[in-house]
Write a protein that binds this ligand. Structure first.
Ligand code: BDP
Length: 723
């Protein structure tokens, strides 16, 4: 009997560890504080919970706080008191929910925090040392609670607190490219979380955990469905399912948005046309929207991809993007909804550089959109490449609010197998100066609405989340969800600070771990750029899957899906001439950015081949020829991944076995695949340059033909015994 019990306990322990260390808990692990002195100090500082109020959001906040305190400090506090009676009380709420907060002199501070901000402050209440977490709204309280738990998770002091924080951007969105059959377009972490079959009857607890994770970052909107939309989502059958999700998310301050297929009036409405100026079509959208708001009273609005990559849109009827967007905007306006209209448009029938097309179509429409339309612009002019200059649309439409679309799912950066921390990428774009209104007109200031004084502002990240037990396919990809959310809240934060925070919450606060891994993360995206698309190369990946090298792709269904369209390598040189002598895409940027990209000597080398076609012997700043520099970068990218692997291998004592092994295996794979990109690209470009790979570099393992074979699989060399 005793032995059975022991075996059972052992089994339970193993199971809980297996599950626990799979990565499911993300950065909300709440394991007990390890350092005994710190734990004791925290326990002394948190003796009582004063958290009145009963709204759904406050209940969610309370539940989270209790869960966190129980896990981190081992304290099971009840929240019954209405006013602090002990030193070390934690007083939480709004002036409306907690009398003790209303009685504190916080009014002016709270005023500055707006709807969603919060403060965490050390105060005295009737002589008792108290920490107050206060906000103007219940959701602000929830955000404050997460911030407070983060302080404990990251080992920060709890005395003399004086924190206040408010989001710089109003709508902080995730875009899920999830289909109704649960496949996820460009998803690399398993099936969609949304189980359309069992909704609305079954509410998977995972929906709540998803909402918790988002709320911990301040994400307050989620577009549930793919931009390549299915009109069925707008039928009653699916609206009740979406409503069930909205019911779960509401307690975490998250609104639901849906993608609207432009031809829905025909496909599910039975009309003959979807012409946005047709009165019957306009009425259909109004009625549909009214119906929708019956199911989801706080529905956020529509996200639309129109006249892009074969999707229907207003241009099918000779109308423009504003006609289409405004029709939907009129339908949602009475309910307080908005329309996020994407500017990701290009057409191979238009004989113009693809990089110029979004600007050419949208800029002339500036000032013609309704107030509740926001134009959603991808970070660069092409398509989420490992590196792109910022899109010239940012700043070019001052009368129209523009939102950022980042891609968290790394379609072009190694998907879920390569380590590439996107914090540095997002910052590079947000901090870029467009000069649209002179120096200091950063992309971030356009997106947060401050530069042109817009009343709505938004940012979207294409989600990397799926049913995988660790949510993102790779533990390190959780950091990309995390950093996206943190920057959407505050784009002034540094990528490094956020990496440090995430590591401490996700793994451990040991500096022997955090310091080297932060460095690994900070370098990781540049490594990917180096072994995939150095010096401004872009869109040279394999066709369709977008995984693996494919600079040779030249027979895609559309010319602008060919790699050769982008790199333009020939015996004279390589690169896309977008200067005034070429396609003149540079003219879409404001001065002096335009001049910088026009002149080869002024163009940062990171963007060189994006804007210039240069001879193989062109002399680089390093003194190298362009060819040698290109090869150097490719090889450097691989060595940097080797270094990363090496660093990681030394960190085993700091990490649980399950996550250590998973990451080790993926880094090994990344190294093999980095060589695959490097060798495929270098050998292919060599057929034009006719120049040798400089001495000292290892030779590619195969001939070019092997890499060009679509069935090529990059594998580590077999152990001698199996060869
Ligand atoms: C491209 C993806 C494609 C998306 C498209 C988009 O390859 O699957 O539908 O972007 O953003 O990068 O609409």
């Amino acid at each position: 009997m005793k032995r059975n019990l022991l075996a059972l306990c052992l089994l339970l322990l193993i199971c809980s560890q297996t599950y626990g260390e799979s990565g499911y808990r993300l950065w909300l692990r709440y394991d007990k504080v390890k350092d005994p002195a710190l734990l004791e100090n925290y326990q002394r500082m948190v003796t009582q919970l004063v958290f009145p109020g009963k709204s759904a959001v406050l209940n969610a906040a309370k539940q989270e706080l209790k869960l966190g305190l129980k896990g981190l400090l081992g304290q099971d506090l009840n929240a019954a008191a209405v006013s602090p009676t002990l030193s070390g009380a934690l007083l939480v709420g709004t002036p409306a929910s907690a009398k003790a907060i209303a009685a504190l002199p916080l009014a002016s501070k709270l005023k500055a925090l707006g709807k969603e901000g919060f403060l965490i402050q050390s105060v005295q209440v009737k002589g008792k040392a108290t920490t107050v977490i206060a906000a103007n709204s219940d959701v602000g309280v929830l955000y404050g609670v997460f911030k407070y738990l983060q302080l404990l998770q990251t080992g920060k002091p709890l005395s003399n607190l004086n924190i206040s924080s408010a989001p710089k951007i109003q709508l902080r969105m995730l875009n899920h490219w999830d289909n109704l059959d649960r496949s996820v377009e460009r998803g690399y972490a398993g099936l969609s979380l949304w189980d359309w079959k069992t909704l609305p009857d079954v509410s998977n607890p995972r929906y709540r955990d998803y909402a918790r994770a988002n709320a911990s970052l301040g994400i307050n909107g989620t577009a549930l469905t793919n931009v390549n939309a299915n009109a069925k989502i707008l039928t009653k059958e699916y609206l009740v399912k979406a409503a069930a999700l909205a019911d779960v998310f509401r307690s975490y301050g998250i609104k639901v948005y849906l993608t609207a297929r432009f031809s829905a009036p025909i496909e599910v409405g039975g009309l003959k046309t979807a012409d946005p100026l047709d009165p019957a079509v306009r009425q259909w959208w109004k009625d549909k929207t009214t119906e929708l708001y019956k199911y989801i009273p706080d529905f956020g609005g529509f996200l639309v991809k129109a006249n892009s990559e074969g999707q229907p849109g207003p241009q099918n009827y000779g109308r423009n993007h504003a006609d289409g967007a405004n029709m939907l905007a009129d339908a949602v306006a009475p309910h307080g909804g908005i329309v996020m209209w994407r500017a990701f448009v290009y057409d191979n029938k238009v004989p113009e550089d693809r990089a110029k097309q979004a600007y050419s179509e949208f800029k002339p429409l500036d000032g013609t959109f309704r107030k509740n339309v926001i134009v959603q612009v991808k970070n660069g002019p092409i398509d989420f490449q490992p590196r792109e200059p910022f899109s010239p649309l940012f700043g070019a439409m001052p009368k129209t609010p523009q939102m950022m679309e980042f891609q968290i799912t790394m379609e072009y950066l190694g998907q879920s197998t390569h380590l590439s921390y996107l914090g540095t990428y997002f910052k590079e774009v947000l901090d870029a100066d467009t000069y649209s209104k002179g120096k200091g007109s950063t992309v971030a200031r356009i997106v947060d609405g401050s530069l042109d004084k817009h009343s709505i502002s938004a940012m979207a990240g294409v989600a990397n989340i799926g049913l995988d037990s660790n949510w993102c396919g790779n533990i390190f990809n959780q950091a990309n969800w995390y950093v996206y959310g943190r920057l959407a809240w505050d784009h002034d934060l540094q990528a490094e600070t956020i990496a440090d925070e995430w590591l401490k919450m996700t793994f451990t606060s040991d500096s022997g771990f955090v310091a080297p891994v932060t460095q690994m993360m900070m370098a990781s995206r540049e490594n990917v750029v180096n072994y995939m698309t150095p010096l401004g190369l872009h869109h040279i990946m394999s066709e369709g899957t977008h995984y693996g090298p494919g600079p040779w792709v030249n027979s895609a269904e559309r010319p602008d899906w060919n790699s050769t369209y982008y790199h333009r390598a020939d015996s004279a040189g390589i690169g896309f001439d977008r200067t005034s002598k070429g396609t003149n895409a540079v003219a879409q940027y404001a001065a002096p950015v335009r001049e910088m990209f026009e002149q080869v000597e002024k163009t940062p080398e990171a963007y060189l081949l994006w804007f210039h076609h240069l001879p193989w012997t062109y002399k680089m700043k390093s003194g190298n020829t362009l060819w040698n520099e290109l090869v150097d970068r490719y090889y450097f990218g691989v060595s940097a991944v080797q270094l990363t692997r090496h660093t990681w291998a030394g960190l085993e004592p700091h990490v649980d076995a399950q996550r250590f092994k998973a990451i080790t295996a993926l880094l090994e794979r990344q190294e093999q695949e980095a060589k695959w990109y490097r060798d495929g690209c270098v050998l292919y470009f060599q057929t034009f340059s006719k120049m040798p790979i400089p001495a000292g570099y290892e030779k590619p393992a195969h001939e070019l033909a092997a890499y060009m074979n679509p069935n090529f699989i990059p594998m580590p060399p077999l152990p001698a015994i199996l060869q």
